[in-house]
Design a protein around this ligand. Structure first.
Ligand SMILES: NC(=O)c1ccc[n+]([C@@H]2O[C@H](COP(=O)([O-])OP(=O)(O)OC[C@H]3O[C@@H](n4cnc5c(N)ncnc54)[C@H](O)[C@@H]3O)[C@@H](O)[C@H]2O)c1
Length: 252
């Protein structure tokens, strides 16, 4: 299954660590050409070297995705290097647990910009190109926070809810052009730096390697609007289904 992605292009944000890093490795093993984006340039350079060692191609684009102009420049660079992406995975996010009383407008806006503004800007930058290419796949990393409220998630939660809304609109607009737009939630506790600073000790007992979630992302890189679009997917159940080669559940 993996070889069908050989030489195909991905844009992947938040690739320096955690789930994004695991997805970068999986795409590399599939032989993909990946425009990696993250604010942590040094780590990203190391990930790009790993991608190449695994048989993929990579360009490491250091960018602060809360900055609109920088985000637009980054995606312009990605397209200039590898052309129209087959898949765009917007995985970068920032979660600072702060109550309404203590949050500043600047911090609220920064988190929201990374999660939602960048989702819009990255999608906007590839949209016409994907139409021209005859289709593509856009994936936003959602969360339980995309459908429920949690205290101290004054920015993260509306950001993830916003991604769900953007996905629903773009899935409708993308359908005639064969562009799939979906959100995906991990569906299992994952061992990442974000989790290390936010999970309870109890949850840390159960967390799994994010590499176990990557079959879902390899699958989504091959999809377009004819197969799965407008869905809120679950990376854990999808990956488990792919591992056991049963029917793939398309709802979370
Ligand atoms: N960890 C979980 O339990 C969990 C649960 C639900 C959803 N998610 C979502 O999964 C995705 C990956 O989460 P993770 O646990 O790997 O997180 P993480 O914090 O470990 O990694 C996020 C990556 O995003 C990058 N990033 C942060 N701010 C950025 C900016 N301004 N510009 C560019 N890059 C930036 C970070 O440098 C990092 O490499 C996120 O979208 C997160 O919201 C995670």
């Amino acid at each position: 299954m993996m070889r069908v992605l050989q030489g195909q292009t991905a844009i992947l944000t938040g690739a320096a660590q955690g789930l994004g890093y695991a997805i970068a490795r999986a795409y590399a093993e599939a032989g993909m050409r990946i425009a990696l984006m993250d604010v942590q340039q040094e780590r990203l350079d190391a990930v790009a070297a790993e991608v190449r060692a695994l048989g993929g191609e990579a360009v490491a684009i250091g960018v602060d995705l809360s900055d609109a102009a920088a985000t637009q420049a980054a995606v312009t660079q990605a397209v200039a290097v590898y052309g129209t992406p087959r898949v765009l995975v917007h995985n970068a996010a920032l979660l600072r647990e702060v109550s309404m009383l203590d949050v500043t407008f600047e911090n609220w806006q920064k988190e929201l910009n990374i999660i939602l503004q960048a989702a819009f800007l990255l999608s906007k930058a590839v949209w016409a190109r994907m139409i021209e290419a005859g289709g593509g796949s856009i994936v936003y990393l959602s969360s339980g926070s995309g459908i429920k409220g949690f205290v101290k998630e004054v920015a993260y939660c509306p950001g993830k809810h916003g991604q769900e809304g953007l996905m629903k609109v773009l899935a409708m607009e993308g359908e005639p052009y064969n562009i799939a737009v979906n959100t995906i939630t991990p569906g299992a506790p994952i061992n990442t730096p974000m989790s290390a600073s936010n999970y309870s000790d109890e949850l840390k007992q159960k967390w799994v390697d994010p590499a176990l979630l990557t079959p879902a992302f390899v699958y989504l890189a091959q999809q377009d609007a004819r197969t799965v679009t407008g869905q809120r997917l679950n990376a854990w159940t999808m990956s488990e289904a792919i591992r056991s080669a049963t029917t793939i559940p398309l709802t979370s």
